[in-house]
Design a binder for this molecule. Structure first.
Ligand code: PRP
Ligand code: URA
Length: 206
């Protein structure tokens, strides 16, 4: 199941982010802002517990997030979304998965994994700007399942239909949240129109 954010404020930022003239500093700011919008959508059903607080005027019945969350950025580009996620979920833990696409086949090559094993009902949230062929996201979720995670969500800025289809075939129960669903992949497995190489644009390594 995938959800594409439909909001003018998201579209505005995605448009600026795509622009090849956007420099890394602005690009990173846009990634942060769009990631926060994705988090708001993806966490609509986050578990809450009721609490009472006392305002300067009266008692108020409120609710606080009551969920153990593990954020899982896929290196390297996923790191670009981490600060924004930690801003909205300051108590989340962080696990890291390193993966590099083979430039010819686009197969993901895992090179690093440091994710705490699941203890119970944690919610794991995979973050990676791009879902292209879907190989990296599929592999990340498979690794999380092996570690015992049963509740997983994926957040991406831009996706290709081919990647979404592959992901939904392999992990149909894992919800995916996307800021923009693009047209297709090109012959180099890049998203069209996309934004180019997300890692290079975040880290200024073009
Ligand atoms: C990019 C991106 C995703 C992956 C998506 O990473 O950040 O992880 O490609 O492509 P896929 O859906 O076809 O697997 P890349 O391997 O270029 O590494 P980087 O983040 O280190 O730049
Ligand atoms: N990875 C990227 O950074 N961009 C793409 O278009 C595809 C994979």
């Amino acid at each position: 199941m995938h959800t594409v954010l439909q909001h003018p404020l998201v579209n505005h930022r995605v448009t600026l982010m795509r622009d090849q003239a956007t420099p890394p500093k602005l690009f990173r700011e846009l990634v942060n802002e769009i990631t926060e919008f994705l988090a708001f959508e993806a966490l609509k059903d986050v578990r809450m517990k009721a609490v009472d607080v006392v305002t300067p005027v009266a008692k108020a019945r409120g609710a606080l997030v009551d969920e153990h969350i593990v954020l899982v950025p896929i290196l390297r580009a996923g790191m670009g979304m981490l600060d924004a996620m930690l801003d909205v979920l300051p108590y989340a833990k962080v696990g890291v998965l390193g993966m590099q696409r083979n430039e010819d086949t686009a197969e993901p090559i895992p090179y690093y994994a440091k994710v705490p094993p699941a203890k119970g009902e944690e919610l794991a949230i995979v973050i990676d700007p791009m879902l292209a062929t879907g190989g990296s996201a599929c592999d990340a979720v498979a690794q999380l399942k092996k570690l015992g995670y049963r509740r997983i969500k994926c957040l991406h800025l831009i996706a290709a239909p081919e990647g979404v289809a592959k992901f939904e075939k392999e992990h149909p129960e894992v919800p995916v949240f996307i800021a923009a669903l693009d047209e297709r992949l090109n012959s180099h497995f890049y998203i069209v129109p996309g934004l180019g190489d997300a890692g290079d644009r975040i880290f200024g390594t073009l």
